[in-house]
Ligand binder design. Structure first.
Ligand code: PLP
Length: 386
């Protein structure tokens, strides 16, 4: 069959992270700064609660929107931590990770030709999902000189009559940049003026080192204009459980629930029970964030000690986005060469968008020994091969 593969599928590429992992699998003794996930296992109390519930027979489908008990607990969490008021019955959906919440959102709102403004560089799947669902991603560069924060004026320049949604990811993957409250409020004003929907991806809301996280959906005047995306993956070291949620206007959530029925029916009930327990976990989250903060300081200091590399301190997440422009190689070529020569996995900044050229992403959710070893190898690489 000549045209077996859809034009839709042909629009997107396989993620560079998976390409790098495939290349790295050929080597022993790799130092891995590639995959973006906690190196911790899920806290015991979450596993225990979920396993007990499972043994008691909590093994069935839940309603499409997610178990009402969990949505009620999420609603309380949103009010407590984020100042967001969300009706558990109508304004919350539990999904298979934040990634599914995003997919459902595009499927529910984007028509062919609609424009979605996203930051550049940004998490690879924003771009891919928008392309897959027929939208046009419009890129707003976030710059190192602004600590990789979004600027409302840069967004404003890109608004057209086709702008349907604007995505904010703060703290951001891959840069660790945080957009502060003042700037977020300016972006919120644009949403009201131009009547578009703001998508606030708050996956890293608790992995925060400077300032405080601010949720735009807490503003009363923006209630109809913000949909917030959350994930259990990074905060609670629960990447494998695949559970997240979205909160927002009933008219959008209702459509997302309808589509979710066709996509996955419901999030795994076993994972939903784990999510229930996770919402009570505080101590372990604090400990993990403390560890990431120490790692951040070690890796940034280490990167800055290498000639030709510079790196600002990320205000959130467990990613360092290092400037490698002085090393005189394109980021993809450099990341592949570093793997070949000294077996360190980094991710090419360009794979997160054009504005990521000249940078490499380092995930520092790993052991301190790994970070020190990786930095020593990198230093050796620059001295010996460049
Ligand atoms: N949003 C951002 C910015 C991410 O970095 C990720 C995962 O890396 C997600 C959403 C999705 O996370 P999950 O589907 O594991 O909840």
């Amino acid at each position: 069959m000549e045209d077996l593969i859809s034009a839709r599928s042909k629009k997107i590429k396989r993620s560079e992270i998976f390409e790098m992992m495939a290349l790295a699998s050929k080597y022993d003794n790799v130092v891995n700064f590639g995959v973006g996930e906690p190196h911790f296992d899920t806290p015991e109390s979450i596993i225990d609660y979920s396993f007990n519930e499972t043994r008691k027979g909590y093994t069935h489908y839940t309603v499409n929107a997610g178990d009402l008990k969990l949505r009620e607990a999420i609603s309380k969490k949103l009010l407590r931590d984020n100042g967001i008021k969300a009706d558990p019955d109508k304004e919350i959906i539990v999904t298979m990770g934040g990634i599914e919440a995003l997919l459902l959102l595009w499927l529910a709102t984007v028509n062919p030709g609609d424009e979605v403004i996203i930051q550049d560089p940004s998490w690879i799947n924003f771009n891919s999902q928008i392309l897959l669902t027929g939208g046009t991603p419009v890129k707003v560069p976030v710059k190192e000189e602004n600590d990789f924060a979004l600027k409302a004026s840069d967004i404003e320049e890109r608004i057209t009559d086709k702008t349907k949604l604007v995505l904010i990811n703060s703290p951001s993957n891959p840069t660790g940049g945080v957009t502060d409250k003042e700037e977020l409020i300016k972006i919120g004003k644009l949403a009201l003026e131009h009547d578009f929907i703001l998508v606030s991806d708050e996956t890293y809301e608790k992995i925060f080192y400077e300032g405080e996280h601010y949720s735009l959906a807490s503003r009363e005047e923006l209630r109809d204009h913000v949909i917030s995306i959350f994930s259990f993956s990074k905060t609670y070291a629960m990447t494998g459980w695949r559970v997240g949620f979205a909160a927002g206007p009933e008219k959008i959530i209702k459509e997302m629930i309808k589509i979710h029925d066709s996509v996955g029916l419901c999030a795994s009930s076993i994972s939903q029970s784990a999510a229930m327990a996770a919402l009570d976990v505080e101590k372990e989250v604090e400990e993990m964030v403390k560890d990431y903060r120490e790692n951040r300081d070690i890796i940034v200091e280490g990167l800055n000690s290498i000639a030709g590399i510079s790196c600002i301190y990320p205000a959130g997440t467990f990613y360092a986005f290092a400037n490698i422009k002085e090393l005189g190689k394109k980021s993809l070529e450099l990341s592949r060469d570093i793997l070949d020569k000294v077996q360190v996995v980094t991710i090419d900044g360009r794979s997160f968008g054009e504005a990521g050229e000249g940078y490499l992403r380092f995930t520092f959710a790993t052991s301190k020994e790994n970070i020190k070893e990786g930095i020593a190898r990198l230093d050796n690489y620059v001295k010996k091969y460049l």
